[in-house]
Ligand binder design. Structure first.
Ligand SMILES: Nc1ncnc2c1ncn2[C@@H]1O[C@H](COP(=O)(O)OP(=O)(O)OP(=O)(O)O)[C@@H](O)[C@H]1O
Ligand SMILES: [Mg+2]
Length: 477
């Protein structure tokens, strides 16, 4: 991926990081600047209180009474003092130029100065300019004092003194800091942008690798997998989940291929037989009427077998689609009786017993459940020697499940066979002989039907110890 596309995850993450960082820095800067300013104003207020003490002491000192010129020397540079009479008029004030002769702004006092003006410190603008501003405070003398504002002028009485301190130094510090903070913040944000781009490029690399692998898998390289080692955390979880999805896809694809191969193979055998007999007849080789009859019989038999296989495949395909089944109450006891009766008809010598305990009902599709019993009993008859005792039971379990079992005292199965009997097209060793005739779909149909009903089927068996198939189904509501 070259560069950062607009709207890409990386661009959005970078923007998010920068926005958050900028927000945080601005907030911190604002708080510290406001704090600093409050502090500086507090300090100015404290010096005003001190200046008040000095001024009060000096104007009362009879030995050195203040005059207009002496007013400037009362307070340090940067301060302003005004003497106010009983009518609020300014009698004298510090001069408009400082010691070095530079003009200085004065606080913008109201004229006349109202009673109670600036009893508490307040900020005033300078006359004619918003900056510098003045922190101003007024105090009243215990008794009026007199001042000779200028040489030769008549003395004037005053009773209030306004002291003000320029906030210029404080403002200078604050403005300087705003500039410095802004520069530092911008530099830091620039650094964060560069760094986070780098970090994100490295951090998002696994995602890009995953996308590449997923694309490769989608394009047909179905055995490619994402390297999970080294990816911990969420990325690792995503990689593992994707790998599992790929495994699952590969598995189901292989299963499907296997299924189609098996099905074709299963249909090819009877087709070959049918064609063989048909060609024999067409080429006039079957002159003997007995042979012709034999051919017709075989063709009919194989066609029937194909028909049965195709029916079974269709049934499996339908069950695989997961279409909802009937869920009427089905009397499993009656089904067990019927299946046993059918078995006795098919195989008159077979000792088939049925035991139904109480009323056993399951919710489901009667025809399908009938088929489950037929397949299980068919196996018990087909895969055991003649005369082997077979028992069918049906009962309701305490938890409400309905249970069906079909057991025989036949040869049983090895653990390896038992582990695979529910696979499609799987046939045991003995059953593979063409004479045995099965396609190996019987038990997979049992499994599909049971699971479509929300139930389970299991087998308990061992060589020489017979086999017991147990089907559990949710009870009828
Ligand atoms: N009661 C049983 N006793 C011993 N082996 C059994 C029993 N039931 C099933 N098997 C074994 O399990 C295999 C799979 O059974 P399944 O019913 O799926 O196929 P099948 O009976 O061979 O063919 P069909 O599709 O005609 O049923 C059988 O081939 C057989 O080897
Ligand atoms: Mg079978």
């Amino acid at each position: 991926m070259a560069g950062t596309r607009r709207g890409s995850l990386r661009a959005r993450l970078t923007a998010g990081v920068v926005l958050l960082a900028a927000g945080g820095m601005v907030a911190v800067n604002a708080v510290s600047l406001i704090g600093l300013r409050l502090n500086l104003v507090d300090a100015a207020d404290a010096t005003l209180a001190k200046a008040r003490a000095t001024v009060q002491h000096r104007v009362r000192d009879r030995a050195a009474p203040v005059d207009g010129a002496g007013l400037d020397s009362l307070v340090p540079d940067g301060f302003y003092v005004a003497l106010v009479d009983d009518r609020g008029r300014v009698v004298a004030q510090t001069s408009a130029r400082d010691l070095s002769g530079r003009r200085r702004a004065r606080p913008d006092l109201p004229a006349p100065v109202p009673d109670g003006f600036a009893d508490r410190p307040r900020t005033l603008p300078a006359r004619g300019a918003p900056v510098p501003r003045y922190r101003t405070r007024t105090f009243r003398l215990n008794r009026p004092a007199t001042i000779r504002p200028a040489r030769g002028a008549p003395p004037r009485r005053f009773e209030r003194v306004v002291v003000a301190k320029s906030l210029q130094p404080a403002d200078d510090v604050v403005y300087w800091l705003i500039g410095a903070d802004t520069a530092a913040t911008l530099a830091a944000l620039g650094g964060i942008v560069l760094l986070s781009r780098g970090v994100l490029r490295v951090g998002l690399r696994p995602l890009r690798e995953m996308a590449a692998t997923a694309t490769a898998v989608a394009d047909g390289a179905i055995d490619q997998r994402i390297e999970v080692a080294g990816h911990h955390s969420e990325v690792g979880e995503v990689a593992t989940a994707l790998n599992r999805a790929f495994d699952e896809r590969q598995r189901s694809e292989e299963q499907l291929r296997q299924f189609v191969a098996n099905a074709s193979h299963e249909l090819r055998t009877p087709l070959t037989t049918i064609r063989g007999w048909a060609q024999l007849h067409l080429h006039g080789l079957a002159q003997d009427p007995a042979l012709v009859e034999r051919a017709m019989e075989r063709i009919e038999g194989e066609a029937a077998r194909m028909h049965a296989t195709v029916e079974e495949l269709l049934l499996l395909a339908r069950l695989d689609q997961g279409r909802p089944l009937d869920d009427a109450p089905v009397n499993l006891g009656a089904l067990a009786d019927d299946a046993a009766a059918d078995a006795r008809v098919r195989d008159p010598g077979a000792p088939v017993t049925v035991e139904v305990r109480g009323e056993v009902f399951a919710a489901g599709d009667e025809d399908r459940l009938r088929q489950v019993l037929q397949n299980l009993l068919g196996n018990a008859l087909r895969h055991t020697p003649p005369g082997t005792p077979i028992a069918v039971t049906a009962r309701a379990l305490p938890d409400g499940t309905a249970e069906l079992t079909v057991s025989d005292e036949g040869p049983g199965m090895s653990p390896r066979t038992a582990a695979r009997v529910f696979e499609r097209f799987y046939r045991g060793e003995e059953a593979r002989a063409p004479a045995a005739g099965g396609t190996g779909l019987g038990l997979s149909i049992v499994k599909s039907i049971t699971e479509a009903h929300g139930g389970t089927v299991t087998v308990r068996t061992a060589p020489g110890e017979g086999s017991t198939f147990t089907v559990r189904l949710p009870a009828a509501r």
